[in-house]
Design a protein around this ligand. Structure first.
Ligand SMILES: [Zn+2]
Length: 541
């Protein structure tokens, strides 16, 4: 029995999404990852449409792919000319891929009005093109564009187009919901009819304009269709394509179909985020299975239950798709959140101690002021140390001054900062310059501390985010600053937070936490000592 194959078109249909522009090198990297993951077919592009795709097909031949077959995409020959004379077709042939994907018209209205030819000529275009590529030894996948809409208007003609592809020898006929508006039950009836008349392998290519692309693809799979087409993260034009990051785990974990090896499925979250990274899009937090929030728990009662029996609030184990459980610390926190979160930081606070309550109260109070620790794990850990009074200051601020100057309408803005800190009764005064006051402040603080803590030169600010907390007060509103710092040597990064009505003050708090945490973390002995002290509290409590 043949196995269901997965066909990825992230590099062609997916790249139609607004804002995505993959370079050739991005495309090659994604190809490699899709191959590692076990995708059966990778549609690399449309060689007739742009030179970048031609270069991709030249270079992809040099990749050592273990599993995936590369397919190149193009339309049927144009009306009124021979296949051999069609430049698009010749470009498709020159791509030298094992498989080719030919799309053709199924909707009579599109044939007569969009490409302006006769219904008979369209059938000949399908048939000639498919037959030509079979003759050239290619595996031919035929995409029936607008199949469902065409079927709705003229079912006989829509069926005639896919019959033409079948008779010309297509290896796979793929029914496309190009406009993405199909409802599952209506689609299912059409699939049943096609199944009863076509013996060639069948696939589905669904778009998500009605939010049904995943459902429609799953229905086809359950009916025994042979191929599902889609994209990583559902990227695609308008509302996107069928999301393979949802479909694959659904098929494998819910419907017991073997799509990829279990170890490969564990790469899913990683793959999803990798493609988002190269697409230069933020990962979608609420995406099923792979989203940052897919297994995140916030409410106290949920957390209590999840800690006892994970399945109470999780439909499956996050590890199966390479994701992980997260417990969010928030105003809703019950004690369990704090316990779990603390345990993530190797801080063991047992439930009954007054210290747990002290930490919890402190978190609630700080969140009330606008702090949020979800992206600021390092500030959270520092907060615990402070609440338990085991925290040791590494430096003390004597004074800080920032200076911003702009001369003339078109003058550059100059930012400077001076920082004076005290370490072991010695004072260090330094100045820094930057492209903004926070940058200057960061420079000055590092310069001052570098004299005492040389490891600080490995820390880099990698992200800086500002959120205005209460829009009502205009420029008087509070801001929350989130900073992410990375220790290049240890390949570790950590987040810190600061809140104040003053941007500089909020940034300063986050910077101080960032440096303090980084230094603590760089000093294994100190870290051990701190964690031991935290444990001590538990024993005594
Ligand atoms: Zn499409």
């Amino acid at each position: 029995m043949s196995r269901l194959t997965v066909y990825d078109t992230t590099l062609r249909d997916g790249s139609q999404r607004e804002g995505i522009s993959f370079s050739v090198s991005d495309k090659l990297k994604i190809t490699q990852r899709l191959d590692d993951f076990g995708i059966d077919y990778i549609e690399g592009g449309w060689p007739g449409s742009n030179p970048k795709d031609i270069e991709y097909f030249r270079k992809v031949r040099q990749l050592d792919l273990k599993h995936s077959k590369i397919s190149a995409f193009s339309s049927t020959r144009r009306a009124g000319i021979r296949v051999q004379d069609d430049l698009n077709i010749q470009a498709l042939l020159a791509a030298e891929t094992k498989a080719v994907t030919i799309f053709g018209k199924s909707w009579d209205f599109h044939v007569t009005d969009a490409i302006g030819t006769t219904l008979e000529e369209n059938l000949a275009m399908i048939s000639d093109t498919v037959a030509y590529f079979k003759e050239m030894g290619r595996e031919v996948i035929y995409d029936a564009e607008h199949f469902f809409d065409g079927y709705g208007h003229n079912p006989e003609y829509a069926m005639a187009t896919i019959r033409a592809a079948e008779e010309a020898g297509a290896d796979m006929v793929v029914l496309c919901d190009t406009n993405g508006g199909m409802m599952p039950f209506a689609l299912q009836k059409i699939l049943q009819h096609v199944r009863s008349e076509i013996t060639t392998k069948l696939g589905i290519h669904a778009h998500d304009d009605a939010g049904m692309a995943v459902s429609n693809s799953i229905i086809a799979a359950e009916m025994g269709f042979d191929q599902i087409q889609g994209t990583i993260n559902g990227y695609g034009e308008r509302c996107g394509n069928a999301n393979l990051c949802t479909i694959i785990p659904n098929l494998q974990l819910k419907l017991s179909m073997l799509i990829v090896e279990p170890e490969q499925l564990e790469q899913l979250t990683c793959l999803s985020r990798y493609v988002a990274e190269l697409a230069n899009l933020s990962p979608q937090e609420q995406q099923p299975y792979v989203g940052e929030n897919a297994f995140a728990h916030k409410g106290g009662i949920h957390v209590d239950a999840v800690l006892k029996h994970a399945h109470t609030y999780e439909h499956l184990q996050p590890e199966l798709v390479g994701n992980s459980r997260r417990i969010l610390v928030s105003e809703l926190s019950g004690k369990s959140n704090v316990l779990y979160k603390a345990r993530e930081h190797n801080i063991d606070l047992s439930k009954e101690t007054p210290e747990t309550k002290a930490v919890l109260d402190r978190i609630k109070e700080m969140e009330y002021q606008g702090y949020q620790f979800e992206g600021a794990e390092a500030s959270f850990e520092l907060l615990i140390w402070k609440a338990l009074k085991v925290h040791q200051r590494l430096f003390e601020l004597v004074g800080v001054r920032t200076f911003v100057e702009k001369i003339g309408e078109n003058g550059n803005i100059l930012s400077e900062a001076t920082v004076k800190v005290r370490v072991d009764n010695r004072e260090y005064l330094t100045a820094g310059e930057g492209n903004g006051p926070v940058h200057a402040l960061d420079e000055a603080l590092r310069k001052a501390l570098l004299q005492v803590y040389p490891e600080i030169r490995h820390f880099h600010l990698v992200d800086y985010k500002v959120r205005v907390l209460d829009g009502k007060d205009g420029t008087g509103a509070k801001v929350r600053v989130l900073i992410e710092t990375r220790d290049e040597r240890k390949k570790k990064s950590w987040g810190t937070v600061g809140v104040s009505p003053n941007l500089i003050e909020a940034s300063w708090q986050a910077l101080v936490d960032s440096v303090e945490y980084g230094l603590m973390n760089a000093n294994k002995a100190k870290m051990k000592e701190l964690r031991k002290a935290v444990k001590q509290f538990r024993m005594e409590g």
